[in-house]
Design a protein around this ligand. Structure first.
Ligand code: GYE
Length: 348
């Protein structure tokens, strides 16, 4: 019995040793050292080293929201590619899978690892004071990437890199106004982005303000589709069920939801892009293709190619330089024929 026990114990110890080795290898090469809990490990494969290396590299900890849309995947690719291309930069990538609590955990890990710069794509705009206060206390500059936050303490981040979502909403509305005319009666359904996200709140505000003075323009339904294609489709199905032939326009806060809505409209038996005009935001290649197919009408560009800019900003901050408070992207509108012509040039 004793012998058996001893044997068992050895077996367990050997097995333990193996796992320890495997773990070390993982953290030393490709696994993210910033997020170790099982909920967030799945996509955390972008890290190349641990932050504590003393090789003089600039270490950026990037807390990404997730992978809800084609846009976001393009942004992740852009950041990883730009970091890979810069021998002076080391990136620790952490995927929050849409949860603010995961982002807070990741930021705390970045602080513990003494990274040089924290890049945060905040899933929602409120609730960041405590953790960003901790980063400030640790002397680590925070760069907000692609979405903003709401706070009374402006010192909690150095800069916001991204688009003007209010203008994007206005531009989307303008396309519809130009198409139908100011005096028309237009019933609009709105597919909102993630509740509480700056990109959703501001796109809603910009659009609403642009149609505010036009009495025939009405948003008859507005609901979140979480910036995803599947949710966009699902919500559009419900809109069609309740309002069907009444709907003139779909305004979606991103292209993925618009593409989901297109599917719903086709399944319902109407012609997207003709019976129902579809306008959205992002400018991903799928939207350009849908416009070329005549199934969609307009997309307002919002560039996800923020990687190279982020590397520059990180370098400037580490060198003790200053950066603009808002590094604004240049967004363009692509509709109808102009979108078809632009399709071959799209890189995301
Ligand atoms: O429009 C959407 C994504 O924050 C600007 O998030 C970004 C938005 C983008 O999921 O597709």
């Amino acid at each position: 019995m004793k012998k058996l026990l001893a044997l068992l114990l050895t077996a367990v110890m050997v097995a333990g040793l193996f796992t320890a080795c495997a773990k070390e290898e993982a953290t030393g090469t490709t696994t993210d050292t910033a997020t170790t809990d099982s909920a967030t490990t799945a996509d955390d494969t972008a890290t190349t080293d641990s932050a504590s290396t003393d090789d003089g590299k600039i270490v950026i900890g990037f807390s990404q929201i997730g992978a809800e849309s084609g846009w976001r995947t393009a942004e992740t690719d852009s950041v990883i590619a730009a970091a890979d291309a810069d021998p002076n930069i080391e990136l620790i990538f952490s995927d929050a899978q849409q949860k603010q609590e995961n982002q807070i955990k990741a930021i705390r890990n970045f602080i513990a690892q003494e990274v040089d710069v924290i890049a945060l794509a905040p899933v929602v705009e409120s609730g960041w004071e405590t953790v960003l206060g901790e980063a400030k206390e640790a002397g680590i500059p925070v760069v907000l990437l692609d979405r903003g936050i709401v706070t009374e303490d402006e010192s909690l981040y150095v800069t916001f890199m991204g688009s003007d979502f209010i203008v994007e909403g206005e531009l989307a509305a303008q396309y519809i106004i130009d198409k139908f005319g100011e005096d028309a009666e237009v019933n609009i359904v709105e597919l909102q982005g993630t509740v509480g996200a700056s990109a959703a709140t501001d796109r809603m505000t910009g659009f609403a303000s642009a149609i505010a003075g036009l009495s025939g323009y009405e948003i008859i339904k507005s609901q979140t589709g979480d910036f995803t294609r599947s949710k966009g489709k699902e919500v559009m199905e419900a809109f069609l069920k309740s309002d069907g032939e009444m709907i003139d326009v779909v305004y979606a806060h991103n292209d993925d939801m618009a593409l989901g809505a297109i599917q719903a409209i086709e399944e319902y038996g109407l012609v997207p892009g003709v019976d129902i005009i579809i306008v959205s935001i992002d400018g991903v290649v799928g939207a350009f293709e849908a416009i070329a197919d005549g199934k969609m009408n307009c997309t307002v560009e919002c560039t996800p190619l923020l990687g190279p800019g982020l590397m520059e900003v990180a370098q400037t901050l580490v060198d003790g330089g200053t950066v603009e408070r808002w590094i604004k992207s240049n967004d363009r509108v692509f509709a109808d024929e102009a979108a078809v012509e632009e399709l071959p040039n799209r890189v995301y």
